[in-house]
Write a protein that binds this ligand. Structure first.
Ligand SMILES: CC(C)(COP(=O)(O)OP(=O)(O)OC[C@H]1O[C@@H](n2cnc3c(N)ncnc32)[C@H](O)[C@@H]1OP(=O)(O)O)[C@@H](O)C(=O)NCCC(=O)NCCS
Length: 248
């Protein structure tokens, strides 16, 4: 059953990509997912929101947002996808800056869920990224997902090769914050591990005004394995151990 990699060319591809994203992060279960994609107000509504949001963001920012897809040609179905952005650095706005209507898909301001989520994003993503790429222009890989029934067929490798071309044509370094499942795939495709993001910074309970039940909820969130990996590929070529210097 041949696989083919191609650019996403239509917003309708997101009808297949979003359910794929949801099933990929459930197998294996990844606790980061429920914080990044809270099921609000329902899981179906959240999926619809992300379909609309990501499709619109891609359609309106074709020069900076790039999605690739892998199709199983015999079945005619998308079995893998990757979403990249080109970040110009400096004073330019980040391409994933939120929109006003985001708020209703986020936990209520000040709630345990919301404070935990914000802390997580800061500790695991924004802080380490800023430290490593600073204000330099770079490519960011936001999503790499392959359907659980189609793993180990090379789809992720195909998507990373597709992404390599994007980075090399732009002449930019590439960063990704990876789940444990993705780490080996990236290391096999020219990335080097820069940092394992620890959990200890989020282990302390955030707000003194919270009830015991809320504190317990926080502890439950923090007790899950939220570890993530920051990986990097230099501009223009795969990382070579002993030759390339890591940026941080
Ligand atoms: C990570 C993921 C994208 C890999 O997709 P995939 O299509 O199965 O990966 P590939 O078949 O292209 O594998 C490429 C190489 O990576 C390594 N690899 C991939 N999955 C692996 C695993 N479970 N265990 C060990 N090595 C693995 C292997 O070296 C593999 O090459 P090989 O099969 O020739 O040995 C997929 O498991 C997934 O969607 N996981 C959930 C979402 C996720 O965590 N994404 C990454 C986060 S950013």
């Amino acid at each position: 059953m041949p696989l083919a990699v191609a650019d996403v060319t239509s917003v309708s591809d997101f009808d297949a990509i979003i359910p794929l994203l949801y099933s990929a992060y459930q197998t294996p279960y990844n606790p980061l997912f429920k914080h990044c994609f809270p099921p609000l107000p329902t899981s179906e509504a959240a999926q619809q929101y992300w379909k609309d949001y990501l499709a619109r963001q891609w359609r309106d920012n074709k020069s900076t947002r790039h999605w690739g897809k892998v199709t199983d040609e015999e079945r005619g179905m998308i079995i893998g996808a990757a979403g990249y952005s080109i970040e110009r650095g400096g004073q330019e706005e980040r391409s994933d800056r939120g929109e006003e209507d985001d708020e209703k898909h986020l936990p209520e301001k000040g709630s345990v869920e919301r404070v935990f989520m914000e802390r997580l994003v800061d500790e695991l993503a924004v802080g380490p990224l800023r430290k490593c790429v600073g204000e330099r222009a770079h490519v960011e890989l936001h999503f790499l997902v392959v359907h659980p029934d189609h793993r180990r067929r090379g789809a992720a490798g195909m998507l990373l090769n597709w992404g390599r071309k994007l980075s090399d044509e732009a002449g930019l370094e590439t960063v990704v914050i990876s789940t444990p499942a993705g780490r080996l795939v990236y290391e096999n495709c020219g990335f080097t591990l820069l940092e394992i993001m620890p959990q200890m910074e989020i282990n302390s309970v955030g707000e003194t005004k919270w009830t015991d039940a809320e504190r317990e909820q926080w502890r439950e969130y923090a007790s899950e394995d939220l570890g993530a990996y920051l990986l990097w590929r230099p501009a223009g070529h795969d990382f070579v151990e002993g030759v390339d210097a890591q940026p941080c």
